[in-house]
Write a protein that binds this ligand. Sequence first.
Ligand code: NAD
Ligand code: UGA
Length: 485
Amino acid sequence: MIANSTDINNICCIGAGYVGGPTMAVIADRCPHIQVNVVDLNDSRIASWNQSDLSKLPIYEPGLDAVVSRARGKNLHFSTNVNKAISIADMVFISVNTPTKAKGLGSGQASDLRWVEACARQVAESAQGHTIVVEKSTLPVRTAETVQAILSAAQNPGATAGRPKTFVVLSNPEFLAEGTAINDLEDPDRILIGGEDSASIESLASIYKNWVPENKIIRTNLWSSELSKLTANAFLAQRISSINSVAALCEVTGADVREVSMAIGADSRIGTKFLNSGPGFGGSCFKKDILNLVYLANYFNLPEVADYWQHVVTLNTWQQHRISRLIVKTLFGTVTGKRIAIYGFTFKADTNDTREAPSINIAKDLLEEGAQLAIFDPKAKIDQIEIDLNLKAISPPIHNNPRSKEASIKGEGIWWAPKSAIEAANGVDAIIILTEWEEFKNISWEEVAPKMRKPAWVFDSRGIVNPSIIKSAGLKLWRVGDGAL
Ligand code: NAD
Ligand code: UGA
């Protein structure tokens, strides 16, 4: 199929989530000549994108509010009218969720493609004329075949009445990281476009060329593009599991993982990025994308390849439980009825996203042991934490709440949401740092320490505190990968 035109005037993006929203906002901002309609089935998400108060956008992402405010209402529109937006589009981006399948064939590993398939069917039905369909979601290799099959069934290239309906499918995976999404979109390392139809590839490239240098735009075949996205995430996650495995070795040998990271990262073949040991990787994608790779490898009868990648995920889960176990051990073998503060719940700093956050497993382990948690995060919403922990927060605060005493007697875990990091420290035996928010790097330990019950501990799973400051505040310290403490 050869595209008739290389001019794109109207874009529809299906899915107004962490990828669709910021990506389309930047495209609209950089391409004032293109109308961009971002559509979603979720009314409340669309309503939040349309909020006049930019602090209430559904996603917290540094710099996003400024980009949205420049383009929204001019050439950037958010709506629930999916069919209308598809019908007027020259190009449709599919940017919907692709979580791991929860049941059926491939359950626990394969991607659940029901939302992608639903989009393909909706595009097949509502598109008019020639439409370029772009896979922006992360998809298993050869998904384009499915999308293409659904679209082909609706094509009528020889139609005599009206405009003939034709489609081309491209793959254009997104590499942004949450917390730095706007910078990643405005100044990407590369743009990857996979496809078979060169005119359509150039139509998409011409959008990016409005702000991305030509030498950063990589063209490949469809399957290489789909597989490169899964592989990029697997490689990044594999570095984290590698350094976390070394952190455990550091802790028992007297080495310091920060020094090891620095020493190995100085080798330009290894490089310095993605070598921070922590509580394990979180986020909506690393785990699901590796599991997807594991599924594909098994599907294509490559069990050794599947086992290799499976271990990256196994080590990650182990690291999370290793941390909760060592906290319990350090606190004299029991945390039942003990108050513990958790600093940070999101899976990384500068996002409000808690999907697959290591804090979820760590907090659940401690609640299971009967701990009373004061969970403070600058951006995570209380109702989201309740969903993640499958437990309602108690109110008023633990120290004024009779539930606290009752829970201690019964050995039940409870949690509450203090308004600040300082407030969270009241009466706790330990503070566990789980997210590397700037606020926690700069906290006054002089002010925090007197509020805690002694002996008091800081468990720094991100390696962000200065050990001498913690010690001079009279606190004991565990730092990830620090065998020299
Ligand atoms: P998300 O869950 O935040 O957003 C997806 C949106 O799609 C939801 O709002 C949902 O309501 C909407 N949706 C689903 N089916 C729909 C349909 N048929 N019609 C209209 N709307 C529909 O997901 P996300 O984090 O933006 O991720 C989207 C894709 O991008 C995934 O494949 C993910 O792997 C990939 N990705 C994510 C990131 C990231 O940082 N989050 C980065 C790169 C790639
Ligand atoms: C990641 C990739 O970095 C993006 O390129 C990709 O587009 C995206 O996944 C995706 O496909 O969803 P993201 O998950 O948003 O982005 O954030 P990262 O910065 O990669 O962090 C992921 C997790 O790894 C976080 O929990 C973070 O704390 C952890 N991490 C990261 C470490 O523990 N150590 C590091 O050195 C780096």
